[in-house]
Design a protein around this ligand. Structure first.
Ligand SMILES: CCN(CC)CCN(C[C@]12C[C@](c3ccc(C(F)(F)F)cc3)(C1)C2)C(=O)Cn1c(SCc2ccc(F)cc2)nc(=O)c2c1C=CC2
Length: 386
């Protein structure tokens, strides 16, 4: 059963003019190094293979832990439901762009990992961006791995799985520590891309067929944005605060709990909050509004009929009734929802990165001017006054 099985499910390819390539980068053998999946504009390929959406079964084990499900049983269910899907990109295809590419660093949500947002990342790459989707080693990912520095023969993957909150453990200290580590990992990924762009030969401990030297002078390092979903949305705020090279941020259905209130006045860059209709609540929205500013553009829209899982790829991979049952789909068609999200994002990035593209055609979406969008939020904020 290929990725487009009977009910032609599958992750939608990018709409932009560029074909999309995809490769993986792991900086070193430790959990402290950076690990990301890179999406980039590439040469049109006839026969290149497409990478697996879920690279290895340990990720399904981690997902089972996250979902508090039995590993053996759920590994079979996940494999049956999702095991055959491919990413809409060509594995290790040669980079190709006739102009310097703006850069996006993407941060995944709690219990997710680097490959689960490929509809968003592939769309951005098809529109000419280089996107690094980081895999966090703060124990918020369902699973991640690194190598122990052993002789070739014994080299094995060291797996780190999702760390659940322990019984009675308070949430904030753990999440606040994690969001700081996540921001540092986004900054480290940017530093690595900067080295790669300068032509320094960098070590990639993953033996891929991708020639990293082709990325020399490929990136426009004055045009860098940070983007993320849920916990990754909080990571956007923390990363903007720590690194001014990030010129703006896009936070998808952000979860604001991990953040210290004291960082809000220290964030100086534009932020775009793109929310689902069902996930948000008054306390979370009121923290986003603490970032409102008269001088720095802070925008918020809500996509009608969406749920929290309307942003990761799962929303495209099940039929309607399973999807609705497992809260992976909302009422709105998943491809329409992600197109609205992506086009609004592109318009916001053009405005704040100073791109010379035609993404300004979607400027009205930034203000929620569409029948499927709500300007600001649908959440009744009076509750939070109590
Ligand atoms: C019971 C577990 N309990 C753990 C704390 C809550 C679990 N939960 C709701 C879920 C994730 C759900 C999910 C996934 C995946 C399938 C599958 F079957 F398709 F695989 C099904 C059902 C279960 C919807 C969330 O945590 C929501 N959430 C997320 S979900 C990000 C994610 C995770 C795994 C993915 F595969 C894809 C996307 N990222 C965040 O940063 C935050 C939150 C909440 C606050 C901050």
């Amino acid at each position: 059963m290929g990725s487009s099985c009977s009910n032609n499910l599958g992750i939608p390819p990018g709409n932009g003019p560029n074909a999309v390539g995809c490769t993986d980068f792991m900086m070193d053998h430790t959990a402290e190094g950076t690990f990301f999946r890179l999406y980039y504009p590439c040469q049109e390929m006839e026969s290149a293979e497409k990478p697996d959406w879920v690279p290895c079964k340990e990720y399904f084990n981690g997902l089972a832990d996250f979902m508090k499900m039995n590993r053996a049983l759920s590994e079979r269910i996940f494999n049956y439901l999702f095991g055959s899907f491919k990413i809409p990109a060509y594995l290790d295809a040669p980079f190709k762009s006739n102009e310097k590419c703006p850069v996006i660093i993407f941060s995944h949500g709690l219990g997710a990992f680097r490959t689960l947002y490929s509809a968003i990342c592939a769309e951005m790459a098809s529109q000419g961006f280089i996107v690094a989707s980081v895999e966090h080693r703060d124990q918020s990912a369902s699973a991640t791995y690194y190598f122990c520095d052993k002789p070739e023969s014994e080299r094995s993957n060291e797996w780190m799985y999702y760390r659940a909150l322990r019984h009675g453990e308070s949430e904030f200290p753990l999440r606040n520590k994690q969001v700081k580590q996540r921001a540092d990992e986004c900054i480290l990924a940017l530093d690595k891309l900067t080295e790669i762009n300068s032509g320094i030969s960098v070590q990639n401990v993953l033996e891929t067929q991708f020639d990293w030297s082709t990325l020399k002078n490929s990136m426009d390092l004055c045009r860098i944005a940070v983007m993320g979903h849920s916990f990754g949305g909080a990571t956007v705020i923390e990363a903007l605060c720590k690194e001014v090279k990030f010129k703006c941020g896009v936070a998808l259905d952000s979860w604001m709990t991990p953040l210290d209130d004291e960082i809000f006045p220290r964030v100086k860059q534009p932020i775009f909050f793109i929310n689902s209709e069902k996930f948000q609540w008054a306390g979370n929205i009121s923290r986003m509004k603490k970032l409102d500013s008269a001088v720095i553009q802070r925008k918020m829209i809500t996509i009608r009929g969406t749920v929290h899982q309307s942003f990761p790829d799962f929303t495209f991979l099940t039929g309607n009734w399973i999807g609705k049952l497992m809260k992976l789909k909302g009422e709105i068609d998943p491809e329409l929802a992600i197109d609205l999200c992506n086009n609004a994002t592109l318009a916001f990035l053009q405005r704040h990165l100073g791109l010379e593209k035609n993404f300004n055609q979607w400027d009205p979406l930034i203000d929620g001017e569409d029948e499927n969008l709500i300007p600001g939020t649908n959440v009744n904020l009076l509750q939070s006054a109590i």
